[in-house]
Design a binder for this molecule. Structure first.
Ligand SMILES: [Zn+2]
Length: 320
Protein backbone atom coordinates (compact mmCIF):
# COMPACT_ATOMS: atom_id res chain seq x y z
CA UNK A 1 0.00 0.00 0.00
CA UNK A 2 2.73 2.41 1.03
CA UNK A 3 4.51 1.69 -2.21
CA UNK A 4 1.40 2.51 -4.23
CA UNK A 5 0.97 5.80 -2.39
CA UNK A 6 4.61 6.74 -2.94
CA UNK A 7 4.38 5.83 -6.63
CA UNK A 8 1.25 7.94 -6.97
CA UNK A 9 2.88 10.84 -5.19
CA UNK A 10 5.87 10.68 -7.50
CA UNK A 11 3.56 10.52 -10.49
CA UNK A 12 1.67 13.61 -9.40
CA UNK A 13 4.94 15.35 -8.62
CA UNK A 14 6.28 14.77 -12.11
CA UNK A 15 3.26 15.92 -14.07
CA UNK A 16 2.04 19.28 -15.22
CA UNK A 17 5.31 21.07 -14.71
CA UNK A 18 6.12 23.67 -17.33
CA UNK A 19 8.42 26.60 -17.56
CA UNK A 20 6.65 29.36 -15.58
CA UNK A 21 3.90 26.75 -15.49
CA UNK A 22 0.72 27.15 -17.50
CA UNK A 23 -0.32 29.80 -15.05
CA UNK A 24 2.72 32.05 -15.37
CA UNK A 25 3.02 31.88 -19.14
CA UNK A 26 -0.67 32.65 -19.62
CA UNK A 27 -0.43 35.54 -17.21
CA UNK A 28 2.60 37.01 -19.00
CA UNK A 29 0.97 36.89 -22.44
CA UNK A 30 -2.30 38.32 -21.16
CA UNK A 31 -0.84 41.20 -19.14
CA UNK A 32 1.51 42.13 -21.98
CA UNK A 33 -1.58 42.93 -24.08
CA UNK A 34 -2.65 45.61 -21.61
CA UNK A 35 0.61 47.51 -22.19
CA UNK A 36 0.07 47.93 -25.93
CA UNK A 37 -1.02 51.11 -27.71
CA UNK A 38 -4.60 51.27 -29.11
CA UNK A 39 -3.38 50.76 -32.68
CA UNK A 40 -2.14 47.30 -31.70
CA UNK A 41 -4.97 46.50 -29.30
CA UNK A 42 -7.40 46.27 -32.21
CA UNK A 43 -5.77 42.97 -33.14
CA UNK A 44 -4.39 41.80 -29.80
CA UNK A 45 -7.43 42.29 -27.61
CA UNK A 46 -9.70 39.99 -29.64
CA UNK A 47 -6.81 37.50 -29.60
CA UNK A 48 -6.47 37.47 -25.82
CA UNK A 49 -7.81 33.95 -25.36
CA UNK A 50 -5.55 32.61 -28.10
CA UNK A 51 -2.47 34.30 -26.64
CA UNK A 52 -3.26 32.84 -23.23
CA UNK A 53 -4.09 29.35 -24.42
CA UNK A 54 -1.11 29.09 -26.76
CA UNK A 55 1.39 30.56 -24.32
CA UNK A 56 2.77 27.07 -23.72
CA UNK A 57 2.71 25.72 -27.28
CA UNK A 58 6.47 26.15 -27.40
CA UNK A 59 6.82 23.77 -24.43
CA UNK A 60 4.48 21.23 -26.00
CA UNK A 61 6.62 21.24 -29.12
CA UNK A 62 9.50 19.82 -27.11
CA UNK A 63 7.79 16.44 -27.32
CA UNK A 64 7.55 16.39 -31.09
CA UNK A 65 10.58 18.41 -32.21
CA UNK A 66 14.10 17.46 -31.19
CA UNK A 67 15.29 20.98 -32.02
CA UNK A 68 12.85 22.64 -29.64
CA UNK A 69 14.34 21.90 -26.20
CA UNK A 70 17.51 24.06 -26.49
CA UNK A 71 15.38 27.09 -27.34
CA UNK A 72 14.10 27.32 -23.76
CA UNK A 73 17.31 27.71 -21.78
CA UNK A 74 20.96 28.70 -21.78
CA UNK A 75 23.44 27.30 -19.30
CA UNK A 76 25.35 30.49 -18.59
CA UNK A 77 27.50 28.79 -15.95
CA UNK A 78 29.02 26.78 -18.80
CA UNK A 79 30.57 30.04 -20.02
CA UNK A 80 32.35 31.06 -16.84
CA UNK A 81 31.17 33.65 -14.38
CA UNK A 82 29.29 36.97 -14.43
CA UNK A 83 29.14 38.94 -16.69
CA UNK A 84 30.19 36.10 -19.04
CA UNK A 85 32.17 38.34 -21.32
CA UNK A 86 33.81 35.37 -23.02
CA UNK A 87 30.50 34.40 -24.63
CA UNK A 88 29.97 36.38 -27.85
CA UNK A 89 26.45 37.83 -27.99
CA UNK A 90 26.24 37.66 -31.80
CA UNK A 91 25.20 34.21 -33.00
CA UNK A 92 27.76 34.10 -35.81
CA UNK A 93 30.59 35.00 -33.42
CA UNK A 94 29.39 32.44 -30.88
CA UNK A 95 29.27 29.74 -33.60
CA UNK A 96 32.81 30.62 -34.66
CA UNK A 97 34.03 30.28 -31.11
CA UNK A 98 32.08 27.25 -29.86
CA UNK A 99 30.46 25.54 -32.86
CA UNK A 100 26.77 24.96 -33.37
CA UNK A 101 26.60 21.58 -31.62
CA UNK A 102 28.10 22.90 -28.42
CA UNK A 103 25.83 25.97 -28.43
CA UNK A 104 22.77 23.79 -28.97
CA UNK A 105 23.82 21.46 -26.16
CA UNK A 106 23.94 24.34 -23.68
CA UNK A 107 20.87 26.18 -24.92
CA UNK A 108 20.16 28.96 -27.40
CA UNK A 109 17.35 30.89 -25.68
CA UNK A 110 18.47 34.53 -26.30
CA UNK A 111 19.22 33.89 -29.96
CA UNK A 112 15.88 32.17 -30.39
CA UNK A 113 14.10 35.27 -29.07
CA UNK A 114 15.94 37.49 -31.57
CA UNK A 115 15.13 35.09 -34.39
CA UNK A 116 11.44 35.19 -33.39
CA UNK A 117 11.54 38.98 -33.30
CA UNK A 118 12.65 38.96 -36.95
CA UNK A 119 9.88 36.51 -37.88
CA UNK A 120 7.28 38.60 -36.05
CA UNK A 121 8.47 41.76 -37.81
CA UNK A 122 8.05 40.01 -41.18
CA UNK A 123 4.55 38.87 -40.21
CA UNK A 124 3.64 42.50 -39.42
CA UNK A 125 5.08 43.61 -42.76
CA UNK A 126 2.99 40.95 -44.53
CA UNK A 127 -0.03 41.94 -42.42
CA UNK A 128 -0.58 38.24 -41.77
CA UNK A 129 -2.78 38.34 -38.68
CA UNK A 130 -2.62 34.65 -37.94
CA UNK A 131 1.18 34.59 -38.04
CA UNK A 132 1.37 37.78 -35.99
CA UNK A 133 -0.66 36.27 -33.18
CA UNK A 134 0.95 32.82 -33.36
CA UNK A 135 4.46 34.25 -33.29
CA UNK A 136 3.47 36.70 -30.54
CA UNK A 137 2.32 33.79 -28.39
CA UNK A 138 5.62 31.99 -28.97
CA UNK A 139 7.95 34.93 -28.41
CA UNK A 140 5.97 35.67 -25.24
CA UNK A 141 6.83 32.18 -24.07
CA UNK A 142 10.54 32.40 -24.80
CA UNK A 143 10.86 35.85 -23.22
CA UNK A 144 9.05 34.47 -20.18
CA UNK A 145 11.62 31.68 -19.93
CA UNK A 146 14.48 34.17 -20.20
CA UNK A 147 13.28 35.80 -16.98
CA UNK A 148 13.45 32.59 -14.94
CA UNK A 149 16.87 32.37 -13.26
CA UNK A 150 17.00 28.58 -13.38
CA UNK A 151 16.58 28.68 -17.17
CA UNK A 152 20.07 30.17 -17.26
CA UNK A 153 21.74 27.50 -15.13
CA UNK A 154 22.82 23.92 -15.72
CA UNK A 155 21.54 23.23 -12.18
CA UNK A 156 18.07 23.95 -13.55
CA UNK A 157 16.12 21.80 -11.14
CA UNK A 158 18.47 21.83 -8.20
CA UNK A 159 19.69 18.38 -9.20
CA UNK A 160 23.30 19.28 -8.42
CA UNK A 161 22.53 20.63 -4.97
CA UNK A 162 19.92 18.17 -3.65
CA UNK A 163 17.04 20.58 -4.31
CA UNK A 164 15.05 18.57 -6.81
CA UNK A 165 11.76 20.33 -7.52
CA UNK A 166 12.98 23.88 -6.93
CA UNK A 167 12.39 24.79 -10.58
CA UNK A 168 8.63 24.42 -10.36
CA UNK A 169 8.67 25.76 -6.79
CA UNK A 170 10.05 29.13 -7.94
CA UNK A 171 8.21 29.51 -11.22
CA UNK A 172 4.90 27.69 -10.68
CA UNK A 173 4.09 27.21 -6.99
CA UNK A 174 4.89 30.78 -5.89
CA UNK A 175 3.00 32.55 -8.72
CA UNK A 176 -0.01 30.26 -8.36
CA UNK A 177 -0.09 30.94 -4.64
CA UNK A 178 0.59 34.69 -4.62
CA UNK A 179 0.12 36.40 -7.98
CA UNK A 180 -3.61 36.91 -7.88
CA UNK A 181 -3.98 38.38 -4.41
CA UNK A 182 -0.60 39.71 -3.41
CA UNK A 183 1.28 40.78 -6.52
CA UNK A 184 0.81 43.87 -8.64
CA UNK A 185 1.03 43.92 -12.42
CA UNK A 186 0.14 47.53 -13.03
CA UNK A 187 3.04 49.03 -14.96
CA UNK A 188 4.25 51.40 -17.64
CA UNK A 189 3.30 50.93 -21.29
CA UNK A 190 5.40 49.07 -23.83
CA UNK A 191 8.42 50.97 -25.15
CA UNK A 192 10.47 50.76 -28.32
CA UNK A 193 13.63 48.70 -27.91
CA UNK A 194 16.57 50.26 -29.78
CA UNK A 195 18.89 47.33 -29.38
CA UNK A 196 16.93 44.08 -28.87
CA UNK A 197 20.07 41.97 -28.64
CA UNK A 198 21.57 44.06 -25.87
CA UNK A 199 18.19 44.22 -24.12
CA UNK A 200 17.53 40.48 -24.11
CA UNK A 201 21.10 39.64 -23.11
CA UNK A 202 20.56 42.04 -20.22
CA UNK A 203 17.54 39.98 -19.16
CA UNK A 204 19.57 36.77 -19.40
CA UNK A 205 22.41 38.22 -17.30
CA UNK A 206 19.92 39.45 -14.67
CA UNK A 207 18.46 35.96 -14.49
CA UNK A 208 21.90 34.36 -14.25
CA UNK A 209 22.87 36.79 -11.49
CA UNK A 210 19.86 35.65 -9.46
CA UNK A 211 20.58 31.91 -9.65
CA UNK A 212 22.68 31.79 -6.46
CA UNK A 213 19.97 33.51 -4.42
CA UNK A 214 17.28 31.17 -5.77
CA UNK A 215 19.29 28.12 -4.69
CA UNK A 216 21.05 29.29 -1.53
CA UNK A 217 18.01 30.88 0.10
CA UNK A 218 15.95 27.73 -0.40
CA UNK A 219 18.77 25.56 0.89
CA UNK A 220 19.03 27.72 4.02
CA UNK A 221 15.28 27.65 4.59
CA UNK A 222 15.15 23.91 4.05
CA UNK A 223 17.96 23.37 6.58
CA UNK A 224 15.99 25.09 9.31
CA UNK A 225 12.62 23.49 8.47
CA UNK A 226 11.36 20.13 9.73
CA UNK A 227 10.75 17.77 6.78
CA UNK A 228 7.05 17.43 7.67
CA UNK A 229 6.70 21.23 7.51
CA UNK A 230 8.23 21.54 4.07
CA UNK A 231 5.62 19.70 2.02
CA UNK A 232 1.87 19.34 2.09
CA UNK A 233 -0.22 16.64 0.50
CA UNK A 234 -3.63 16.88 -1.06
CA UNK A 235 -5.93 14.74 -3.16
CA UNK A 236 -6.43 16.02 -6.66
CA UNK A 237 -7.73 14.06 -9.64
CA UNK A 238 -7.60 10.85 -7.59
CA UNK A 239 -3.93 11.33 -6.88
CA UNK A 240 -1.98 12.42 -3.88
CA UNK A 241 -0.29 15.64 -4.89
CA UNK A 242 2.83 16.62 -3.01
CA UNK A 243 3.66 20.27 -3.05
CA UNK A 244 5.67 22.78 -1.07
CA UNK A 245 3.59 23.75 1.98
CA UNK A 246 1.94 27.16 1.90
CA UNK A 247 3.82 28.45 4.95
CA UNK A 248 7.13 27.23 3.57
CA UNK A 249 6.36 28.80 0.19
CA UNK A 250 5.52 32.16 1.72
CA UNK A 251 8.71 32.13 3.79
CA UNK A 252 10.72 31.42 0.65
CA UNK A 253 9.00 34.26 -1.17
CA UNK A 254 9.86 36.59 1.72
CA UNK A 255 13.50 35.56 1.62
CA UNK A 256 13.56 36.18 -2.13
CA UNK A 257 12.40 39.73 -1.39
CA UNK A 258 9.87 39.96 -4.22
CA UNK A 259 12.16 38.42 -6.84
CA UNK A 260 9.52 36.25 -8.53
CA UNK A 261 7.04 39.12 -8.78
CA UNK A 262 9.74 41.42 -10.17
CA UNK A 263 10.83 38.88 -12.78
CA UNK A 264 7.21 38.33 -13.81
CA UNK A 265 6.69 42.09 -14.17
CA UNK A 266 9.87 42.48 -16.19
CA UNK A 267 8.85 39.55 -18.41
CA UNK A 268 5.45 41.11 -19.11
CA UNK A 269 7.02 44.49 -19.92
CA UNK A 270 9.63 42.90 -22.19
CA UNK A 271 7.07 40.81 -24.09
CA UNK A 272 4.91 43.88 -24.76
CA UNK A 273 7.94 45.93 -25.77
CA UNK A 274 9.20 43.26 -28.18
CA UNK A 275 5.74 42.96 -29.80
CA UNK A 276 5.65 46.75 -30.07
CA UNK A 277 9.18 46.96 -31.49
CA UNK A 278 8.38 44.40 -34.20
CA UNK A 279 5.31 46.44 -35.17
CA UNK A 280 7.28 49.72 -35.29
CA UNK A 281 10.12 48.15 -37.29
CA UNK A 282 7.56 46.85 -39.78
CA UNK A 283 6.41 50.43 -40.36
CA UNK A 284 3.47 50.46 -37.93
CA UNK A 285 1.02 48.74 -40.33
CA UNK A 286 -2.68 49.41 -39.83
CA UNK A 287 -3.99 46.36 -37.98
CA UNK A 288 -7.60 47.51 -37.77
CA UNK A 289 -8.78 45.75 -40.91
CA UNK A 290 -7.02 42.47 -40.22
CA UNK A 291 -8.87 39.34 -39.26
CA UNK A 292 -7.58 35.98 -38.29
CA UNK A 293 -10.37 34.21 -40.20
CA UNK A 294 -13.54 32.71 -38.82
CA UNK A 295 -12.11 30.31 -36.25
CA UNK A 296 -8.48 29.72 -37.12
CA UNK A 297 -7.13 31.14 -33.90
CA UNK A 298 -8.67 28.35 -31.90
CA UNK A 299 -8.15 25.62 -34.53
CA UNK A 300 -4.72 26.25 -35.88
CA UNK A 301 -4.80 24.62 -39.31
CA UNK A 302 -1.17 24.66 -40.26
CA UNK A 303 0.63 24.13 -37.02
CA UNK A 304 -1.84 22.44 -34.71
CA UNK A 305 -0.19 20.87 -31.73
CA UNK A 306 -3.39 19.71 -30.12
CA UNK A 307 -3.49 16.73 -32.44
CA UNK A 308 -0.02 15.60 -31.42
CA UNK A 309 -0.70 16.53 -27.85
CA UNK A 310 -3.59 14.09 -27.64
CA UNK A 311 -1.60 11.31 -29.24
CA UNK A 312 1.54 11.93 -27.29
CA UNK A 313 0.88 13.21 -23.78
CA UNK A 314 3.95 14.56 -22.05
CA UNK A 315 5.92 12.48 -19.62
CA UNK A 316 8.10 13.97 -16.95
CA UNK A 317 9.08 17.55 -16.57
CA UNK A 318 9.52 19.69 -19.60
CA UNK A 319 11.87 21.98 -17.78
CA UNK A 320 14.43 19.34 -16.91
ZN1 LIG B 1 9.72 26.97 -22.05
Amino acid sequence: MARIVIATILLAWSQEVYCWGFYGHRLINEYAIYLLPPKMLVLYKPSLEYLREHAVDADKRRYILATEAPRHFIDMDHYGTLPFQGLPRRWEDAVNKYGTDSLQAHGILPWRILQMLGALTRAFRDKNALDIIRLSADIGHYIGDAHVPLHTSSNHNGQKTGQHGIHAFWESRLPELLAENEWDFFMEKAAYVDNPSQFIWGSIIESAAAVDSVLLLEAALSAQTQPDQKYSYEWRNQQVLRQYATKYSKKYNQLLNGMVEKRLRKAIYTVASFWYTAWVNAGQPDLSGLTTGSTPLMVNQTDSLDFYWRRQPPKGKSCE
